[in-house]
Design a protein around this ligand. Sequence first.
Ligand SMILES: NC(=O)c1ccc[n+]([C@@H]2O[C@H](COP(=O)([O-])OP(=O)(O)OC[C@H]3O[C@@H](n4cnc5c(N)ncnc54)[C@H](OP(=O)(O)O)[C@@H]3O)[C@@H](O)[C@H]2O)c1
Length: 304
Amino acid sequence: MTKRILITGGTGFIGQQLVDQWLLEGHDITVFSRRPAWVARRWQHRVRSAITWSEVQGEFHWLVNLAGEGIADRRWSAARKAVLRQSRIDLTHEMANWATTTQQSFEVVVSGSAIGIYGADAGGPSPTILTEDNGFGQDFSAQLCRDWEHAAQALGARSERLIYLRTGLVMGPHGGMLKRLWLPFSLGLGGVIGTGQQYLSWIHIDDYCRAVQRLLSDTQASGVYNLTAPTPVSQAEFTTTLGQVLSRPTLLPMPAFVARMLFGEMSDLLLQGQYVVPLALQRQGFEFQYERLEDALTQIARTW
Ligand SMILES: NC(=O)c1ccc[n+]([C@@H]2O[C@H](COP(=O)([O-])OP(=O)(O)OC[C@H]3O[C@@H](n4cnc5c(N)ncnc54)[C@H](OP(=O)(O)O)[C@@H]3O)[C@@H](O)[C@H]2O)c1
């Protein structure tokens, strides 16, 4: 059945792949975006766009909320932190107000969040294994994700189901963390960051999109889901694997103090790890196409 879908963040690395998939399935899509001309060009006018809430017309079956300024794009000054919060939390509040005013009645709302909500682990060979049942951390990323989820709660009153996606590091061509690492690693300039013992909880973008699709259509799916592969890797293992896939050496380490100097507080994202498992998805029998990082990176290298 054709669904009327509204998505924020539809022009992003992840959102574009979801929109492509929905178009193939014949759905009717509206992308909420600051760049309507880009949307028209990218999908050749097969997708509607709206730049303000008053432009969003009609009723929708599915709402997918992914918009947010890039967490790792710039140093976290006080002004940048405010932008990171506004672009997620304020936008989600505005969306909830629009949904109430226009009396939307969704089948499902899927709202973004990230595994940063659990707080960072100090790193080390015996990390805490984090599932959806763990509590929240205290650092900036944790507060941001917690407040983002909180803002989306109001949408629960307008939907049969409300789902939070606690997303790990999404691996895919030309986006996310790999976009920054691909060139230096391709030039043989990659290396271990910090101790290398900190864990990275990652997911291949195809598995991410398959999981979202499953959660949207499975009428039993509701609540919190970790979107990570079941097999986190240490930063050292990640570095070695990416080097092997690209057939390049990875001999240039980045000590913790250099990362702190270069990235300020944002270096926490690189230096502190998290071992997160997708318990809720596994309980629902979701099968990952990419459980091994090597398979995921090899597939990405073929399409880069
Ligand atoms: N990629 C990852 O590894 C990862 C991991 C964990 C969580 N996430 C979260 O998942 C979401 C999507 O990730 P992504 O990698 O696809 O992000 P992305 O490529 O950076 O795209 C971000 C999207 O958010 C919209 N946006 C940015 N700033 C905005 C603002 N100030 N107001 C309104 N919209 C704004 C942009 O839309 P327009 O420019 O069209 O307005 C764009 O479509 C993000 O919220 C991100 O934090 C991603």
